[in-house]
Design a protein around this ligand. Structure first.
Ligand code: ADP
Ligand code: ZN
Length: 645
């Protein structure tokens, strides 16, 4: 089955439209084509799927892919269909008739890839039926789910231990993004792999900028808003520890004029799916979710992942944060944690009944706490955690290596470190024209990205996005399944005039060129002839306006909160930003009697970095709401520094 390089490169170009392999991909593919058991550890965005998809295409046999989530499987099958590679999913949402049809086709060897959940694989007569399918190899995705040592143990995955016994001659390949040495050994043991070829790509994702900041409950939302303003028009995930806080955060953002949608496990399924789709299709850019969101989310162009609490482990943090920047472009991972997170984590750890399991969770908690507290390079700590020893000490791309973002300036840094020099890079240069393929994804071993030449025209980008949106709607798939952002971007820069030039663009394989090529070229010509995207109707800052109107009607904060179905603190925040921006004057009757001069004096003395310090300096009857309003008023009058952003 050994293929020579030109065949592999041909397939890469023909089906994926890519021009070179990412680090380790080619080795993995060769191992699989040589029918070796193979264990692959690669960070999110490293390009694991291609490692099993390409050999499946070349070998002409069927690769059986085991994956934990239906959404993920369907997403991949849809992407493969767009590339002209026959693939199918067998799952519980199909009718028996549909399933039977897929199974028959599979037995005839019509699919290059067949996706199954672990339960399905172990169910009833699946093994007997699979014996009739011309299977080339098994690929176990998210393989760390098999290990109790990992943070995502799924009992179903244990069923995969039976694979080896039933299919002794077929190679097994395991893929994971998140494995410590222990988990790695466990995967190999559980799957009964035989002297597997192991490939471990670096965990150093240079395009990610880590920023970790301890904040107070009172200021966390303000910081979040400031941070989010850096990513206007870009996709962002905000992770919140509880369902209640998902709701509060969405409300707060709405009040601040930032459109956001919630996602959590307790939502009705249709609503959850709809929200996910709206985010996937770029309709709403900010998604606020619990950890229920993400496993199986494949969106390449996410510019930031922001955590509002300490995750329970480095593994989990790395995986969630790693959903940023899968496209290899600069992206930010922001962790805004609070002291009380330790308490919540401790509570969850305490609830684990199994003693060994509790011990492990407790150790994981200790490690992530140390990570958050540390003043050492974040990238380095993560690499060390995963058993890698970087040759460098400092990355230049984390908050502890001179990369503190603008919106955190003025915030006191933990451990009272002296103020750091200006950042080396501007925080998230995510706009279309800038930040093109600045560096390879994984260190020195990576091939250089091809430099894009011309500047992209934002109007053209918008025009092509509109075209893609329409295509996605027509085909009922997320926009990135039609074309990735990076492909769109390259189209803008190169402006191909014919098919030959079009095929030079990364991400346009033969099938895509066939299906969409003529339309893309036409769209480019239309743009040249003056066509433009329909203007997007600007979102009005409705929440603030409503609150303003109700205030002008003389309503109290309590009444406004009731009418608008918001928390009182949310209303106060909205009013504070109206005051700060000068749209309304501070009214003495909003504040506790005599509080204003006391607060003002405390602010001038203490500074306003920590509202808690001010609260401690004034009598107890003065509330945080009082303080917030007075601070806004002082900022409006330029008596203290205005907020950034
Ligand atoms: P992982 O599963 O490791 O998180 P994916 O398989 O989802 O990563 O790949 C991440 C992104 O990288 C996808 O958008 C994929 O199309 C792209 N990609 C993978 N391999 C290559 C390559 N050789 N050249 C360019 N892009 C690639
Ligand atoms: Zn660093």
């Amino acid at each position: 089955m050994t293929e020579n390089i030109s065949n592999l490169a041909d397939a890469l170009r023909r089906y994926w439209g890519y021009h070179e392999f990412r680090p380790k991909q080619e080795n993995v593919i060769r191992s699989l084509l040589a029918a070796h058991d193979t264990c692959v550890v690669m960070p999110t965005g490293g390009g694991k799927s291609l490692c099993y998809q390409l050999p499946a295409v070349i070998s002409g046999r069927t690769a059986v892919v085991v994956s934990p989530l239906i959404a993920l499987m369907q997403d991949q099958a849809a992407q493969l269909a767009q590339m002209g590679i026959p693939a199918a999913v067998i799952n519980s949402t199909q009718s028996p008739a549909e399933r039977r049809q897929v199974m028959e086709k599979a037995a005839r060897g019509e699919y290059r890839l067949l996706y199954l959940s672990p339960e399905r694989l172990a169910a009833g007569n699946t093994f007997e039926w699979l014996a009739k399918v011309p299977v080339g190899f098994f690929a176990v995705d998210e393989a760390h789910c098999i290990s109790e040592w990992g943070h995502e143990f799924r009992p179903d995955y244990r069923l995969l231990s039976r694979l080896r016994g039933s299919f002794a001659t077929l190679p097994i390949a395991a893929f994971t993004a998140s494995a410590t040495r222990q988990v790695r050994h466990d995967i190999i043991k559980q799957l009964q792999m035989r002297t597997p070829d192991c490939y471990i790509a670096s965990f150093h994702r240079q395009n990610l900028c880590y920023v970790v900041h301890e904040c107070e409950a009172r200021t966390q939302m303000e910081l979040l808003v400031r941070a989010l303003r850096q990513y206007a028009g870009e996709s962002v995930i905000v992770y919140s520890p509880t369902i209640r806080r998902v709701q509060e955060t969405v409300e707060y953002l709405e009040e601040s004029g930032i459109a956001a949608i919630p996602y959590h496990a307790k939502m009705e399924t249709p609503m959850r799916r709809q929200n996910q789709e709206r985010w996937m299709s770029d309709e709403v850019r900010v998604l606020v979710g619990t950890i229920a969101f993400g496993l199986g989310i494949n969106k390449p162009a996410v510019r930031a992942v922001i955590h509002l609490s300490l995750p329970p482990s480095i593994e989990q943090y790395y995986q969630e944060a790693g959903r940023a920047g899968r496209d290899g472009r600069p992206a930010d991972c922001v962790l805004l944690w609070q002291k009380q997170d330790h308490v919540l984590l401790g509570y969850f750890v305490g609830k684990i009944s199994d003693e060994t399991e509790r011990e492990r969770a407790s150790e994981r908690k200790r490690v992530i706490s140390r990570f958050a507290d540390s003043s050492g390079c974040r990238h380095r700590q993560i690499c060390l955690h995963f058993g890698e020893t970087p040759k460098w000490e400092s990355c230049g791309n984390c908050d502890n290596c001179n990369a503190r973002p603008e919106w955190l300036k003025g915030e006191r840094k933990r451990a009272e470190l002296p103020p750091v020099a200006a950042r080396k890079r501007t925080f998230s240069r995510a706009s279309f024209a800038s930040a093109s393929l600045e560096g390879p994804l994984f260190g020195e071993e990576a091939p250089r990205g091809r430099e894009a030449t011309a500047e992209a025209d934002p109007a053209l980008a918008e025009y092509l996005r509109e075209w893609r949106r329409n295509m996605a709607r027509e085909n009922k798939v997320p926009a990135y399944i039609i074309l990735h952002d990076s492909t769109l971007e390259e189209l803008c820069q190169r402006r191909p005039a014919n098919f030959a030039e079009l095929k030079q663009v990364a991400g346009i394989g033969e099938k895509k060129a066939d299906v969409y090529g003529a339309e893309i070229l036409q769209a480019l010509r239309n743009f040249g002839g003056g066509a433009r995207a329909a203007p997007v109707v600007a979102r009005e800052a409705a929440p603030a306006e409503q609150t303003l109107r109700l205030l002008n009607e003389g309503r109290s904060f309590e009444e406004i909160a009731r009418i608008r179905a918001r928390q009182l603190s949310t209303v106060v925040c909205t009013v504070a930003s109206l005051v700060e921006s000068g749209q309304i004057k501070l009214d003495a009757k909003w504040i506790s009697p005599d509080a204003q001069p006391l607060i003002e004096a405390a602010c001038l003395k203490q500074g306003v970095e920590r509202l808690k310090d001010i609260k401690d300096a004034v009598p107890p009857y003065v509330s945080f709401e009082d303080i917030r309003l007075v601070v806004a008023h002082m900022r409006a009058e330029n008596r203290i520094a205005a907020k950034m952003a």
